[in-house]
Design a protein around this ligand. Structure first.
Ligand code: PLP
Length: 407
């Protein structure tokens, strides 16, 4: 007799053909056990059992589909993967232990020694370090270019270029890349176009619609949305994701089921959170722009932003992150940061709580002075990830430091 009770088989997900991304955020990927739980179940188990030795052999041999071990697959992780894949409009997703593990898994699975990458200079500091220091040791060379300079992207491409990699909008200066133009450039040169969509999420931007081959997220940010868990995900075609999955399964940077469950809960509120983040960020950017102690504000929702029109075309909102330069140097920037009483001084972003960072000495602190200068990370730059607090309270919190500078 089988040792597995048949009633614990999964009930297939409901038909979601043609529904909007908001509905997918709440419903897609849900698998329900015979307990008929309404909310997503969580499966904190390292391995799975078989009804017989023959079934174990069939699972391990790949003749029978099913779970073996949670480094490979786990139902809660699979539910998260299915939901985010549906929201991005990709065929398959692979969950990973962090956003950096998602980027590393993509590169390790799809690049080899002798390959060349063209990468935006405006990527997250650790992504820059990964390409420049670690992948270089394994024979993958990277050329860094300005995110918005199409001529520089074209000039950097070589016969051995296998990947174009970027974030848009960029961190922390909110520069916006032309996704369609860069997808065309990648494909004309037989290269993969990889987009880190962490700042926009599929609610504001769906890079596959503009020709991206792979979309990456640090789920740690908006997908969780409440600053609780570290995780990441890679999304793309079945063929590409089979390679990424193969690396992830062998090397082991797997997403934990608990974190996947937290991300599933986060995704359910992602559409309404993103709209609220965007509204508050725009209002704060407009307010900062007229403050006498502020030299310049970087936010694609402002008419003064050089890629305002492009952002309006390829994004459904301008996002929750903005940066600004105070009049002065590091001391003045730190004065504004230290005067806040509500806003948290922390490197994370995409949280319900507003956060403030000094990129030059934190997130981008490990860049060389030349790289910082080229990426525009000056000492007077402050990054804000606008949360869901009352916007007037946020203005008052920043005004404390800013007003003292302009006195
Ligand atoms: C745009 C972007 N990509 C990737 C990462 C890395 O993600 P994680 O911290 O989850 O490894 C970050 C982290 O801040 C980020 O901002």
């Amino acid at each position: 007799m089988s040792k597995i009770r048949e009633e614990h088989a999964f009930i297939p997900e409901s038909d979601l053909e043609g529904v909007s991304v908001d509905t997918l955020a709440v419903r897609a990927g849900q698998i329900r056990t015979a307990q008929l739980e309404h909310s997503d179940a969580i499966f904190p188990t390292s391995s799975f059992v078989y009804g017989s030795a023959a079934q174990a052999a069939a699972r391990f041999g790949g003749e029978e589909p099913g779970n073996i071990y949670s480094r490979f697959t786990n139902p809660t992780v699979q539910a998260f993967e299915a939901r985010i894949a549906a929201m991005e409009g990709g065929e398959r997703a692979v969950g990973t232990a962090s956003g950096m593990a998602a980027i590393l898994s993509t590169c390790m699975a799809l690049l080899q020694s002798g390959d060349h990458v063209v990468c935006s200079r405006g990527v997250f500091g650790t992504t820059n370090v990964l390409f420049q220091k670690y992948l270089a040791r394994f024979g993958v060379e990277t050329t860094f270019v300005s995110l918005t300079d199409m001529d520089a992207w074209k000039a950097a491409v070589r016969p051995e270029t296998r990947m174009l990699f970027l974030e848009t909008p960029s961190n922390p200066l909110c520069e916006v890349a032309d996704l369609q133009a860069l997808a065309d450039l990648a494909h004309a040169n037989d290269a993969l176009f990889v987009v880190d969509n962490c700042f926009c999420t599929p609610i504001l931007q769906r890079p596959f619609e503009y020709g991206a081959d792979i979309v990456i997220h640090s789920a740690t940010k908006y997908l969780d949305g409440q600053g609780r868990c570290i995780g990441g995900v890679v999304i793309g075609s079945n063929a590409l994701m089979e390679e990424v999955y193969g690396f992830m399964r062998s090397a082991g940077p797997s997403l934990s089921p608990f974190n996947a469950w937290v991300f599933l809960k986060g995704l359910e509120t992602l559409p309404i959170r993103m709209r609220a983040h965007c509204a508050s960020a725009l209002e704060l950017a407009q307010w900062l722009e007229q403050h006498p102690a502020v030299e310049r504000v970087y936010y694609a929702g402002l008419a003064s932003h050089p890629q305002h029109a492009l952002a309006g075309k390829q994004q459904k909102g301008y996002g929750g992150v903005l940066s600004f330069r105070v009049k002065g140097e590091r001391a003045e920037a730190w004065q504004v940061i230290d005067a806040t009483q509500i806003i948290s001084i922390t490197g994370n972003l995409g949280d319900t709580r507003t956060t403030v960072t000094h990129p030059a000495t934190t997130t981008h602190g490990r860049l060389s002075p030349e790289d910082k200068a080229e990426a525009g990370i000056t000492e007077n730059l402050i990054r804000i990830s606008v949360g869901l607090e009352d916007i007037d309270d946020l203005k008052a919190d920043l005004a404390r430091g800013l007003d003292s500078l302009s006195r």
